[in-house]
Write a protein that binds this ligand. Structure first.
Ligand SMILES: Cc1cc2nc3c(=O)[nH]c(=O)nc-3n(C[C@H](O)[C@H](O)[C@H](O)COP(=O)(O)OP(=O)(O)OC[C@H]3O[C@@H](n4cnc5c(N)ncnc54)[C@H](O)[C@@H]3O)c2cc1C
Length: 438
């Protein structure tokens, strides 16, 4: 049998998952990426001038799949950090252990009382069986006061749209529902048991998160600076912005669906319109490097305040000391926008000053802190928004791609909430489906 001609679009976790699976089956593939580097969303930017490493958005591996754990550990020769997760929240001047619903101890007293009373009311009735939207679920699970003051506000900052406009299909174990006893204990006692759905994580000791992918990248025939501008399913041809053209027998795409659909020749208008309704957040990451690392114990922090520019903070020196010069510390702030609900109207660089000012406001930075590193990056596709439109239009897009024989994979191909391991396995799954057809 002659080797099939396989083209993979994208070199993130999904594209490399597909390439790895074909490689294991003895089939060489060609992978193409618009970027000048491989790794997609899991790329790590190494700043040799300041000595800091910042990932393209914070990334840690908390996969519970031992096969993936072993694969990644092998890729870094066993050199990885293994950390217990320590996460906190910032709520209008109060530092609150995560999850807030089980740790109300530090919030203002009056708000605490109202939260508890509503929790008691909510606990008297069964959870609503089929919530019409995320807000309905929140109120049913936590009561009105906690729902409206905490997850609904945070959700708006993170997803850029109201909880009333979101479905619940994305939630999985993400929102912990405490018993009434846990709520009351968390309101009275400072020490509570850890109930975060991610108990610990791993991270490469050197080189940032992308080190996990290096062996996958090295064994794949990767063509960088190749942006796909047209796919013709009839002639099985892919055309790139640089003028190159490739034919394929089978195609796996990890491109975001709203970008994939418009470049495919012959897409019906209704499918094009459906893809256009798919919403995703964009993220500006502001990376800050400091000469000290004593400003937090947490690995990351959720910020609820509506007047603070960032939604989440993470601390790269907590992932691995290798991410910073000796003794230094780092903060990565995430600020969320979306084309559909909350467009970014300034440049990413314009957010550096407000972020630094807000870091001082919440007390992580001191006025006299020397800033060793500051830069900002725009990530056009961050988190899929599970708005009510998604549930209606996604099946139409996927069904059409299935019929056109185009295999899709990854967070932006499946258009879901996939973590790195799930994106990798999604790429493997697409490869397996192709192998089954051969
Ligand atoms: C802020 C943030 C933090 C996260 N943190 C974690 C975490 O801690 N742990 C975790 O497990 N997961 C995390 N994730 C999820 C994780 O990033 C994804 O699951 C995973 O990286 C997605 O991989 P992918 O290959 O599907 O997509 P991508 O990595 O986006 O890969 C798609 C590739 O396609 C390329 N491409 C796009 N368009 C074209 C085109 N026209 N032509 C050619 N190439 C193109 C892109 O350049 C890219 O390389 C996080 C996500 C975000 C947004």
């Amino acid at each position: 049998m002659t080797s099939p001609n396989i083209v993979v679009i994208g070199t993130g976790m999904a594209g490399l998952g597909a390439a790895h699976h074909f490689h294991e089956a003895g089939i060489a593939v060609r992978a193409f990426d618009k970027n000048a580097h491989a790794g997609g969303h899991t790329y790590s930017h190494v700043y040799s001038d300041t000595g800091f490493i910042f990932d393209e958005g914070p990334h840690v591996s908390f996969s519970k799949d031992t096969r993936i754990q072993d694969l990644l550990a092998g890729n870094v020769g066993g050199r990885f950090e293994h950390m217990k997760v320590d996460v906190n929240n910032y709520y209008y001047g109060a530092w609150v252990k995560h999850p807030a619903q089980a740790n109300l101890h530090n919030i203002p007293q009056d708000l605490k009382v109202r939260c508890i009373l509503d929790f008691i009311e909510a606990s008297k009735t069964e959870m609503v069986e089929k919530p019409r939207n995320y807000m309905e679920w929140l109120v049913s699970a936590f009561g009105e006061t906690f729902a409206t003051h905490f997850p609904a506000v945070y959700g708006k900052k993170y997803h850029t749209t109201e909880a009333e406009n979101m479905s619940t299909v994305w939630m999985g174990p993400r929102l912990y529902r405490p018993s009434l006893e846990e709520v009351i204990r968390g309101a009275i006692f400072e020490e509570t048991k850890d109930v975060h759905y991610i108990p610990n994580f791993r991270y490469p000791s050197e080189g940032g998160f992308v080190s996990y992918l290096t062996p996958f990248i090295e064994k794949t025939d990767i063509h960088l600076n190749h942006k796909v501008v047209e796919i013709d399913p009839a002639s099985k041809t892919v055309t790139f912005e640089n003028g190159a053209r490739e034919t394929y027998d089978h195609l796996v795409s990890s491109m975001p669906l709203p970008e994939l659909i418009p470049v495919i020749k012959g897409v019906p208008d209704d499918v094009r319109a459906a893809a256009d309704k798919l919403a995703c957040t964009s993220c500006v990451t502001v990376n800050v490097g400091l000469p000290r690392n004593d400003f937090t114990q947490a690995a990351w922090t959720y910020i609820y305040d509506e007047d603070i520019s960032f939604t989440r903070l993470s601390y790269p020196h907590k992932m691995s000391p290798g991410n910073c010069p000796p003794g230094a510390g780092a903060i990565q702030a995430e600020c969320y926008y979306s084309r559909k609900y909350h467009p970014l109207t300034v440049s990413a660089d314009d957010l550096i000053e407000p972020v630094i000012s807000d870091l001082k406001k919440i007390g992580l930075l001191r006025d006299d802190d020397e800033i060793l590193h500051a830069d900002a990056r725009f990530i056009p596709y961050a988190n899929v928004i599970f708005d009510l439109d998604r549930e209606e239009v996604l099946p139409k897009v996927h069904t059409w791609l299935d019929a056109a024989g185009i295999f899709y994979a990854g967070r932006y191909g499946e258009w879901g909430y996939q973590w790195t391991d799930e994106s990798f396995k999604s790429g493997e799954r697409a490869a397996r489906q192709i192998l089954e057809r051969l």
